[in-house]
Design a protein. Structure first.
Lengths: 109, 176
């Protein structure tokens, strides 16, 4: 069993999955800000992505440089099968914790 | 469309002290072009540089050996990129790339100028240091192979990713 992901790692992996083939730093950060309702630093996103890549949970590839980015290329990220498995295991653990919590049941009923 | 010029000093600062990643700099420029302020750019640059100094794989080491990735791994219009491929070899015992090399150059100059006869001692010391580094790397790699994946250090370790195995495990999960 893989180690459970932190909330930020989980959000980054989910945002990367939602981005499909166009997941790069800005897109991932905007997705987290939009759906997660939290501000994120681009540097923090890249630090986390580098860590996930070192652990084999994502891979990256560099696109073509564009003028609107000052001639810098985009770095695209993709979730690996191992990353997908880590997301699923974290989801299962969270759902297991979620169930049978009386306080949550009262609100939903 | 009129292009805004990002703060050059901030870009230079990020290039010098931030992570060696064109993707991050390009993203910041893209966001700046989209309307972010100069203050926002500076904040992102400073915090990215600060975060870079806290990275565990930037700890001080007398000899930093990295995995060798072929620089011409082109796949279509995209180039295979990994953090290891962008890392530099640090021979200076300094956590900041480029800082500390002057000390080595000065030492070499002083030895050559003042006591050239002790160059053999300096050469032998360098060889001994390199040998000790190789032994250290080999010992760490062997130890890293026995650790859980998340505890495996990125530096001095093999890539332990086995995507085929992970894919087969996921397939097995689906079947269950």
């Amino acid at each position: 069993m893989l180690r459970l992901l932190t909330d930020f790692e989980l959000m980054i992996l989910l945002a990367t999955l939602r981005g499909r083939d166009d997941a790069y730093g800005v897109r991932i950060a905007r997705e987290i800000e939009r759906t997660g309702r939290r501000r994120v630093l681009l540097g923090a996103v890249y630090t986390a992505l580098d860590r996930l890549e070192r652990n084999g949970l994502v891979t990256s590839s560099v696109g073509d440089p564009t003028p609107e980015r000052g001639g810098r290329a985009k770095r695209f990220f993709r979730v690996t099968p191992r990353g997908l498995r880590a997301v699923k295991e974290t989801q299962q653990a969270l759902v297991a914790l979620w169930t049978d919590v009386p306080q949550l049941k009262e609100r939903t009923s | 469309m009129r292009h805004r010029t990002p703060p050059r000093l901030a870009v230079a600062f990020l290039n010098r002290f931030g992570p060696n990643d064109d993707g991050l700099v390009g993203d910041l420029i893209e966001e700046f072009e989209a309307g972010r302020s100069r203050l926002w750019f500076w904040k992102q640059a400073v915090l990215a540089a600060f975060g870079e100094t806290l990275r565990p794989d930037r700890e001080i080491r007398p000899l930093r050996l990295v995995e060798d990735h072929h620089p011409l791994g082109f796949v279509g219009s995209r180039v295979k990129a990994t953090p290891a491929a962008r890392r530099t070899v640090n021979l200076t015992a300094s956590p900041l790339a480029g800082i500390g090399g002057l000390g080595l150059a000065t030492l070499a100059l002083l030895i050559t100028w003042i006591v050239p006869e002790v160059w053999w001692i300096a050469g032998a010391s360098m060889l001994a240091g390199a040998a000790a580094g190789i032994v250290f790397v080999a010992a760490n790699r062997r130890r890293a192979d026995t650790r859980p994946w998340m505890e495996t250090p990125s530096l001095l370790s093999r890539n332990t990713v086995d995507e085929d195995q992970a894919a087969s495990e996921i397939t097995a999960d689906h079947r269950q």
